[in-house]
Design a protein around this ligand. Structure first.
Ligand code: PAF
Length: 282
């Protein structure tokens, strides 16, 4: 596995591979790798000639400095895991190389108006879009793999690629869950065993809401019931919203595309999840 440290090495690797006829798959991560990342790598390996994983805890996307501080880091374990997965290259830039100072540019979202992450975490998607724009610029005409757990991030990235006419293709991959339904996330490492058990109800409650919506119950009622069920389990709900791709505007009547989204805190750890309304089907 090649270790790429500097953006110029990443550009040379990706464009050199493209020129010699190889399709490159990029799996962008912030490290603390888990089964969700492994699934992205496996999919990229299936579909591409070469797979590069980036590990970079992007300071621009943390609106809360304490959250950045607490973000789990496990570079050595991550490198071993990627080696075992036979990833071809790993890109691990330093912050001052990824975002050289003084910074003059960033990607601004001028028309993204959801009532979810973009409202709850001001500036978050500008930070994500800026780093992903840089990664996709280095990748060029390859494929980039993103998980549906961060569905709003995926929607923002898809729209950015479309609007800026970037040559990369975005591949969306289903959320990977533990046997109890908890969406795998690097943040789960901060939960106790009891916290994991409690956090599992996010998925069961979302699934129930999705079944209610399919059965014709109103959005307002389904969302209110779901919120109450979570609160009764001691989960602090930040938002619980039904919204439609591609722009994820909130809806009051479901369509075939609708999804139910939640952000909530368990033991102080902020978790997000979502399910398609059709996913609740037994
Ligand atoms: O999903 C993540 O881990 C990050 O937001 C990403 C896409 C790697 C950008 O920093």
């Amino acid at each position: 596995m090649r270790r790429l440290l500097h953006p110029s090495e990443m550009v040379e690797y990706c464009y050199g591979s493209f020129r010699s006829g190889s399709l490159v798959g990029l799996v962008p991560t912030m490290g603390a790798l888990h089964g969700g990342h492994q699934a992205l790598v496996a999919r990229a390996k299936d579909e591409c000639d070469l797979v590069v994983t980036s590990i970079f805890v992007n300071p621009l996307q943390f609106n809360d400095p304490a959250d950045l501080e607490k973000y789990p880091r496990s570079l050595q374990d991550d490198l071993e895991a990627l080696e075992a997965l036979a990833v071809d290259a790993v890109f691990t830039p330093e912050p001052d190389e990824m975002h050289p100072e003084p910074r003059v540019f960033s990607v601004a979202l001028v028309g993204w108006q959801t009532e979810m992450e973009s409202t709850s975490r001001p500036g978050h998607f500008s930070g994500v879009a800026t780093v992903v724009m840089k990664l996709l610029a280095m990748l060029g005409p390859g494929r980039a793999y993103f998980g549906e757990k961060d569905f709003e991030q995926l929607a923002v990235v898809k729209r950015m690629v479309e609007e800026f006419h970037l040559p990369a293709s975005v591949v969306s991959c289903p959320t990977v869950r533990d046997p109890g339904g908890l969406a795998l996330s690097s943040r789960n490492r901060r939960l106790s065993a009891a916290g994991v058990e409690r956090a599992r109800s996010l998925y069961s409650v979302l699934t129930k809401a999705s079944l209610d919506l399919q059965a014709g119950r109103s959005v307002q009622e389904s969302v209110a019931t779901a919120r109450l069920s979570l609160e009764e389990r001691g989960i602090d709900v930040e938002y619980l919203v039904v919204a439609d791709p591609p722009l994820l505007r909130r809806v009051e009547a479901v369509s075939k595309l609708s999804r139910v989204f939640v952000a909530a805190r368990v033991e102080g750890v902020r978790l997000i999840d979502n399910v398609a309304v059709g996913d609740g089907k037994p």
